[in-house]
Design a protein around this ligand. Structure first.
Ligand code: SF4
Ligand code: MG
Length: 273
C-alpha cells in the first residue's frame, strides 16, 4: 500500500490492525480505500458502516465517517444514515456470517429497495472472530468448530442471493484478484442503487487450518487457481468448471432508487400542503 494512501485514508493512531498474520481482510480493506481514492471522493462525504466480526473491524481503521454497529445490523444503520443524509456515499463492510445469517433479512430487503448503499461482503467461509463456527457460506462437507464431522448445510451463493433480491449491481472478486476488486467497488459506488460486491477472503487461522488449506500464500494461490471469470466460463464445459467458482460482474442494471423515491413523496406532500 502506498504510504500516501495510508496517510490519506487510515487512522494512523489505530494501526497496526489486530487481524492475524496472512488474513485476507487487509487486502480487501485496502481495495476499498483505493477505490474511494480513485473516485476522488471527499472523505467527509463518505460513511463506512460495519456490523460485528473480523471484517467489521475495518471501519475502525479507516479515516471516514464510520460506524461499528451490532451483529448483522450494519445495513439497518446504513439505511438510516442514507435516508437522513442521502448526499453521503454510504458503504457497508460485513462478513459472510454477519451479512447472510444474522443480517440476512437486512441484506435482502436493502437489495429489494434498491437503496443507494454499496455493500462489500468479506467472505472467508467461516465465523472467524468467534472461533471458526460454520457460516451460511461454508461449503458442504467442510469443517468448522460447530461442524467437526463436516458441514451438512448447503451454502448460500451470496451474489445470487443479492441478485435475486433485486440488487442493481452485483460482482465478485477475491483477495488475490485485487485490481478487478477495486474496479467493481468503484462501479458499485457509482451505481445509483444497491450494490453488492463479494470479496473472497482468506482466514488461515480457522477456516484454513481446520480444512487443511495451507498457509495464507497457499490460500491466495487457491483463489488464483479456482476463480474463473464469468465471461470466460461461458466458453467452458461443465467438466472444465468442476470445482471452480465464478468471479466478475453478474448484474449491472438500473431501477428507481429508494431515497429518491422517498424524496419525491416528501416533495409532493409539501406542495399539497
Ligand atoms: Fe482473519 Fe481469520 Fe484471524 Fe479473523 S480469525 S483476523 S478472519 S485470519
Ligand atoms: Mg466470515
Amino acid at each position: 500500500m502506498s504510504s500516501q494512501l495510508i496517510q490519506d485514508t487510515f487512522r494512523m493512531n489505530k494501526l497496526p490492525h489486530i487481524w492475524c498474520p496472512g488474513c485476507g481482510h487487509g487486502i480487501l480493506m485496502r481495495g476499498i480505500a483505493q477505490a474511494i481514492q480513485n473516485l476522488g471522493l471527499d472523505k467527509d462525504k463518505v460513511c463506512v458502516v460495519s456490523g460485528i466480526g473480523c471484517s467489521s473491524r475495518a471501519p475502525g481503521y479507516m479515516d471516514f465517517n464510520t460506524l461499528h454497529t451490532t451483529h448483522g445490523r450494519a445495513l439497518a444503520f446504513a439505511t438510516g444514515v442514507k435516508l437522513a443524509r442521502p448526499e453521503l456515499t454510504v458503504i457497508v463492510i460485513t462478513g459472510d456470517g454477519d451479512a447472510s445469517a444474522i443480517g440476512g433479512n437486512h441484506l435482502i430487503h436493502a437489495a429489494r429497495r434498491n437503496i443507494d448503499i454499496t455493500t462489500i461482503v468479506f467472505n472467508n467461509n467461516i465465523y472467524g472472530m468467534t472461533g471458526g463456527q460454520y457460516s451460511p457460506a461454508t461449503p458442504t462437507g467442510d469443517l468448522g468448530t460447530t461442524a467437526p464431522y463436516g458441514n451438512i448445510d448447503r451454502p448460500f451463493d451470496i451474489c445470487n442471493l443479492g441478485a435475486a433480491a433485486g440488487a442493481t449491481y452485483v460482482a465478485r472478486s477475491t483477495a488475490y484478484h485485487v485490481n478487478p476488486l477495486i474496479k467493481y467497488i468503484q462501479k458499485g459506488i457509482e451505481n445509483k442503487g444497491f450494490s453488492l460486491i463479494e470479496g473472497i477472503s482468506s482466514c488461515p487461522t480457522y477456516y484454513g487450518r481446520k480444512n487443511k488449506k495451507g498457509d495464507s500464500v497457499n490460500m491466495l494461490k487457491w483463489q488464483k487457481d479456482h476463480a474463473v471469470d464469468v465471461k470466460r466460463a461461458e466458453k467452458l464445459t461443465e467438466e472444465q468448471l468442476e470445482g471452480k467458482f465464478l468471479i466478475g460482474e453478474f448484474v449491472s442494471t438500473t431501477s428507481p432508487e429508494y431515497t429518491e423515491e422517498y424524496q419525491k413523496i416528501i416533495d409532493r406532500l409539501s406542495k399539497e400542503r
